[in-house]
Design a protein around this ligand. Structure first.
Ligand code: NAD
Ligand code: UFG
Length: 335
C-alpha cells in the first residue's frame, strides 16, 4: 500500500501520522476542513520531511468532493481521523457531533466502497470501555454505553464498521487510543487547543506559559495511591507510528476486523504528570486541588500486549519525553 488517504490530516494526531507516513516513503493525500487545525501545519510538515502531502481543504460531509478525491488520487488505504473530539462540547452540541462524526464516517465508507478501497483504519478511543475498574484493559473488555455524545459517536462508529465487514470486503483496524499527549521533537507540530483547554497537558503547558492562571487538579480523594485519577498517557509520535503498523497489517493479512488498544500499558496519576512536568522542565506550576470533574473515570490504563504481539508495535517514549516535548511546543506557539 503506497497511497494513503488521511482524513483530518492536519489535526493533532493526523499531522504526526502524515509525518511518519511521508518518512516511510508513502504518498499521502490529506483532507481537512481546518475546523480544528491550521493551514500552516502543511508547511511545518514539509519542514520536517522535506516534502508534503497532497492537501485538499474540504469537508468529508461533502460526498461529491470525496468522490473527486478518490477518483483523482486513487488511494489504496484510508486512515480516518476527521472528527470532533471535545467531550464537554459534545454534551452541549450532541447533534453536531453525531452529524460530523457519524455522517462523516458513513460518507467515507460509502465512497470507499464505490471506489473499492477496502483498507480502513479508524480512530477510536478508550472511552468505549466506559467507567470500568478492570485496568489493565484488554480489547475483550465489554464495551459500555458512552457517557457523552462524543463517546457515543466512537461506540457507534465501531459498531457500524463491525457490521460493515460482515457484508462488504473491508479490512478494518480499530485503534483505541488512550491519552495522547506531547508533540513532535522538532516542536514544529503539536496540539492546537482552541480556547480554554479541557485536557490536562495543554492546560498544564498554558498555565506554565502564563496563559492560564492556575491548573485545577480535579479531585484528590479518589481511591488511588495519591488520590488523583490515573490515565495511560501515550506520546503522539508513538501513537502515529502505530498507524503505519496497522496499515502494514491490513496489507499483509487476511482478516475483516481487528481491534487494538494503543497505550503505554501503564498508568500515571494526574499529580505524577504535574510533578514530572515541573521536574523535567524546571518550571514551577501554579496548581491546586479542586472538586472532582463529573464523568471522570477513576483509573484506566491499557493492556497493550496485543498491539505488541500482532502489530510489533510498542511505545518507546517516556512520560518525561512527553512533558518535555509538550513544553517545547507550547513555548514556540505563536512564533
Ligand atoms: P484534531 O481535532 O486535532 O484533528 C481532527 C482534524 O479533523 C482537525 O484538523 C479538523 O479540522 C478535521 N476535521 C474535523 N471534522 C472534519 C470534517 N467534517 N471534514 C474534514 N476535516 C474535519 O483531533 P485529534 O486529537 O487529532 O484526533 C483525531 C482523531 O482521534 C479523532 O477522531 C478523535 O476523536 C480521535 N481520538 C483522539 C483522542 C485525543 O485525546 N486526542 C483520543 C481518542 C481518540
Ligand atoms: N484534569 C485535571 N485538570 C484539568 C484537566 C484534566 O485534573 O484541567 C484531569 C482529569 O480529571 C483526568 C485527567 O486529568 O483525570 C485527564 O483528563 P483529560 O481531559 O486530559 O483526558 P480524559 O482522560 O478525560 O479524556 C480522554 C480523551 C477523550 C476520551 C476520554 C476517555 O481526551 O477523548 O479520554 O476516557 F473520550
Amino acid at each position: 500500500m503506497n497511497k494513503i488517504l488521511v482524513t483530518g490530516g492536519l489535526g493533532y494526531i493526523g499531522s504526526h501520522t502524515v509525518v511518519e507516513l511521508l518518512e516511510q516513503g508513502k504518498e499521502v493525500i490529506a483532507i481537512d476542513n481546518l475546523n480544528n487545525s491550521d493551514i500552516r501545519v502543511l508547511s511545518r510538515i514539509e519542514q520536517i520531511c522535506g516534502r508534503k502531502p497532497i492537501f485538499i481543504e474540504g469537508d468529508i460531509l461533502d460526498k461529491d468532493l470525496l468522490r473527486k478525491v478518490f477518483d483523482e488520487h486513487k488511494p489504496e488505504g484510508i486512515i480516518h481521523f476527521a472528527a470532533y473530539k471535545a467531550v464537554g462540547e459534545s454534551t452541549e452540541k450532541p447533534v453536531m457531533y453525531y452529524e460530523n462524526n457519524l455522517s462523516g464516517l458513513i460518507n467515507l465508507i460509502g465512497v470507499a466502497e464505490e471506489f473499492e478501497v477496502y483498507n480502513f483504519v479508524f480512530s477510536s478511543s478508550c472511552t468505549v470501555y466506559g467507567d470500568t475498574s478492570n485496568s489493565p484493559i484488554g480489547e475483550d473488555e465489554p464495551l459500555q454505553l458512552a457517557i457523552s455524545p462524543y463517546g457515543t459517536t466512537k461506540l457507534l462508529g465501531e459498531k457500524i464498521l463491525q457490521d460493515l465487514v460482515n457484508f462488504k470486503p473491508f479490512k478494518v483496524v480499530n485503534l483505541r487510543y488512550f491519552n495522547p499527549v506531547g508533540a513532535h521533537p522538532s516542536a514544529l507540530i503539536g496540539e492546537l487547543p482552541l480556547g480554554v483547554p479541557s485536557n490536562l497537558v495543554p492546560y498544564i503547558t498554558q498555565t506554565a506559559a502564563g496563559i492560564r492562571e492556575q491548573l485545577v487538579i480535579f479531585g484528590n480523594d479518589y481511591n488511588t495511591p495519591d488520590g488523583t485519577n490515573i490515565r495511560d498517557f501515550i506520546h503522539v509520535v508513538d501513537l502515529a507510528k502505530a498507524h503505519i503498523k496497522a496499515l502494514d497489517y491490513a496489507a499483509n493479512n487476511d482478516f475483516k476486523l481487528e481491534y487494538f488498544n494503543l497505550g503505554a500499558g501503564k498508568g500515571h496519576s494526574v499529580l505524577e504528570v504535574v510533578k514530572c512536568f515541573e521536574r523535567v522542565n524546571d518550571v514551577k506550576l501554579n496548581y491546586r486541588f479542586g472538586e472532582r470533574r463529573a464523568g471522570d473515570v477513576v483509573q484506566i490504563w491499557a493492556d497493550a500486549s496485543k498491539a505488541d504481539r500482532v502489530l510489533d508495535w510498542r511505545t518507546e517514549l517516556s512520560l518525561e519525553t512527553m512533558m518535555e516535548s509538550a513544553w517545547k511546543w507550547q513555548q514556540q506557539l505563536g512564533d
